[in-house]
Design a protein around this ligand. Sequence first.
Ligand code: NAP
Ligand code: GDD
Length: 365
Amino acid sequence: MLLGVDGVSPKRQRSIRNAWMIMKRAFITGITGQDGSYLAELLLAKGYEVHGMIRRSSSFNTQRIDHLYQDPHILGTRLFLHYGDLSDAGRLAKMMYEITPDEVYHLGAQSHVRVSFDVPEYTGDVVALGTIRLLEALRETGIGKKARFYQASSSELYGKVRETPQRETTPFHPRSPYGVAKLYGYWATINYREAYGMHASNGILFNHESPRRGPTFVTRKITMAAARIKSGLQNALYLGNLEAKRDWGYAGDYVEGMWRIVQRDEPDDYVLATGETHSVGEFCEEAFGLLGLDWREFVKHDPRYERPSEVDLLLGDATKARRVLGWQPKVTFKELVRLMVEADMRVARQELAVQQAGGVLENAE
Ligand code: NAP
Ligand code: GDD
């Protein structure tokens, strides 16, 4: 767990910053999430000072960034965390005013599509209105005159797809409260660009995964289950729709794309995708196959994991990003599955060792 969150006064933080010729200052919402953690790593490696907003939680929610922790009292510290929430407009404005970021990466969201059908109002509040609150905080404080803004838009916007592959010009047809809320965030970003001249860009990102992916998203659910079944810790895996197809890439490649979008002189909107699509069943086959298992023996159906309206097929065309940003993903589908399975095998072995020693593993991540 990180200590010293907000433990240093803004004045002290500024003097620390000034003592070091820091290149740029970034603010990240959703820094504790999968993408936030990879982006924080990338920006720190590039010499940025990184400020992240975290939610107060009764249990630890900083596991993905614990390895980046730096004592805020030490001169040269470049990672600072601030309590806040996307539902709290006043706090967002105060943070913008105090931090005065050069770049704002808005990644915070209730990001689970299936869950958004259970909590549609909350999802709309955080995902749609949360985006406008942050944009307003930038505008009202005047920080948005100089700061650049990145919006985490999603291939879920395409939903019931109108053309394949999907590109920047493909019409949207979202299929979930999450997708609808992201549509609002997408257009809010463009509106603030057009109305106020803000440097605000959308990254329309297709699915991207990693060993840090939340365990209820399908890829991680599969790789965790395959590893636990192989280790004798679990007998079966319950899934919903096996036919859905996704364009799955590696999260580490995608945060590099986010950064490149923000570095362009002109704000714009870009699709980031691999250009390859696979079904959920194919992902199972690859993951279980790596462990010498036949997935059909273990995967069972549970309709609870199906969605009232599904997105059947996503396949992105990232030609614009390749041409303008020079971006292209490095990790292939097979490499992605392998690196997730290997990571989850390490976790399963630890769990097994703890179990055999008679203990309880409190946190597998
Ligand atoms: P994630 O792992 O679910 O992380 C979401 C982050 O948002 C977490 O840090 C979470 O904090 C934070 N958050 C949730 N509700 C919040 C609130 N009310 N106030 C402040 N922060 C809040 O998501 P991800 O996969 O990294 O995705 C990052 C962003 O990209 C999201 O906006 C997602 O919708 C979008 N996106 C993702 C993909 C993908 O395939 N991964 C593709 C396209 C777009 P806690 O840790 O406290 O929960
Ligand atoms: N989560 C989950 N759990 N999905 C399942 C399951 C299951 O047990 N069984 C089948 N699926 C299917 C879903 O119906 C969906 O078609 C597909 O697997 C992928 O589901 P998720 O991994 O939950 O991701 P997603 O595509 O719905 O949403 C993710 O990608 C979006 C970008 O396209 C999230 O990261 C979103 O935040 C992101 O915007």
